[in-house]
Design a protein around this ligand. Structure first.
Ligand code: NAD
Ligand code: AHE
Ligand code: ZN
Length: 384
């Protein structure tokens, strides 16, 4: 029986309030309105950013809401005016939308489409309303990052999803909705790492590993992975790192940053490219200052805690180091993700290897716990 035009009742993991476990219960999902698409979400990865927002630290975190932004699924129905996808299409959801019309999309300078960004940050659809209602309490629920993939059905803007080859297994390609694309893209599209260069990456989670993978593809000659978890050494090397440093093994120095001094010493003056994939503002400073004078570029990917700020001596920048950031790896999702999926299908792009854990929706809280255990790169939740 067709569900088109009807409200669907399904299971979703609701974040009722900050710092409380998610609650898997029934929600009503209204049909898509003009320019919107309703998607049956099949799989979602759990990203550190979901945990960050659930902790209450995200200035854009609104409760009660349905979190999740690393998802794949199948288009169930479309609203008026939707042209690029149709029911039955396999899609990846995009927290970085791409409208191809706004000043940002047409600038040729950024992937940060602004078509739906303001309402996305407020947890509502572009028309200012919500599509989710709790079946238990009748309360409306906020959307999250324009995607809300912790629900069996979600409604998104037509700019916040992309159809991909249906041969691609969604239980892995969901990771292209955030972590894998973010790290790889930061290395390849944002930093544009040059062949034979030296690279250091802090944080060997999914994002950092994908940076290492991108750096290797770009022909970097040294890829130094840095993580306090010794178990990450093997992971880092599998994804292309040539060396591993545990910050705990670098002896402290008086009146300076021991890691900066160590890295500058072993790289003849500093790194060509560094990346923060931890969200730690002290790491961000170290990563900048470990860059080579005159040309080193440091890219911030990690999401820092609410209210935190970065600092360094301006002299670090005056003397030629550059500080920049990267969101979703600089990737324009609707334009570029189908190509990345095709490369994956041709065996030219790693995705499967990041999946270490799997859980059903009913155990999504256990999935979030895996993320703190030190062995988890990505946990994929099955929403079926
Ligand atoms: P993760 O938690 O899986 O991995 C983080 C790694 O950093 C862990 O291995 C941890 O041991 C290590 N680490 C923590 N503190 C460290 C320190 N001081 N020095 C060295 N290593 C340290 O996280 P993830 O999913 O890979 O995400 C990484 C960061 O990127 C998070 O902050 C996340 O919110 C952010 N993120 C940003 C974007 C973006 O578009 N900018 C996209 C996805 C994720
Ligand atoms: N909402 C937060 C910022 C969170 C943040 O930095 N998000 C990253 C993506 S993290 C994905 O795991 C991002 O891409 N930001 C750019 C954007 O447009 O959201 C805050 O501080 O308000
Ligand atoms: Zn994410």
């Amino acid at each position: 029986m067709s569900t088109e035009g009807k409200t669907i009742t399904c299971k979703a993991a609701i974040a009722w309030e900050a710092n409380k476990p998610l609650s898997v219960e029934d929600v009503h999902v209204a049909p898509p309105r003009e320019g919107e698409v309703r998607v049956r979400v099949t799989f979602t990865g759990l990203c550190h950013t979901d945990v960050y927002t659930l902790s209450g630290a995200d200035p854009e975190g609104a409760f009660p809401s349905i979190l999740g932004h690393e998802g794949a699924g199948v288009v169930e129905s479309i609203g008026e005016g939707v042209t690029d996808v149709r029911p039955g299409d396999n899609v990846i959801l995009l927290y970085t939308a791409e409208c191809r019309k706004c000043k940002f999309c047409t600038s040729g300078k950024t992937n940060l489409c602004q078509a739906v960004r303001a309402t996305q940050g407020q947890g509502v659809m572009p028309d200012g309303t919500k599509r989710f209602t709790s079946a238990r309490t009748g309360q409306e629920l906020f959307h999250f990052m324009g995607t809300s993939t912790f629900s069996q059905y979600t409604v998104v803007s037509q700019y916040s999803l992309v159809a991909v080859d249906p041969k691609a297994p969604m239980d892995r390609t969901c990771l292209l909705g955030c972590g894998v694309t973010t790290g790889y893209g930061a290395a390849v599209y944002t930093a544009k790492i040059e062949p034979r260069s030296t690279v250091a990456i802090w944080g060997m989670g999914c994002v950092g590993l994908a940076v290492a993978y991108g750096a290797r593809e770009r022909g970097a000659k040294r890829i130094i992975a840095i993580d306090m978890n010794p178990a990450k050494e093997a992971w880092a090397k599998e994804f292309g790192a040539t060396e591993f440093i545990n910050p705990k093994d670098v002896p402290p120095v008086e009146g300076g940053d021991a890691m900066v001094q160590h890295l500058v010493a072993i790289t003849d003056g500093g790194l060509d490219y560094t990346f923060d994939c931890t969200g730690n503002i002290h790491v961000m400073r170290t990563a900048l200052e470990a860059c080579h004078k005159g040309w080193g570029v440091s890219t911030i990917i990690g999401v820092a805690k609410s209210g935190e700020e970065i600092s360094t001596r301006p002299f670090q920048l005056v003397t030629g180091r550059k500080w920049q950031g990267s969101a979703f790896g600089g990737v324009k999702g609707r334009t570029q993700l189908p190509g990345i999926v095709n490369r994956y299908l041709q065996g030219e792009f790693k995705v499967d290897e990041y999946v270490t854990h799997r859980e059903p929706l009913s155990r999504i809280n256990e999935g979030l716990e895996h993320m703190h255990e030190g062995q988890c790169i990505r946990c994929v939740v099955d929403l079926a």
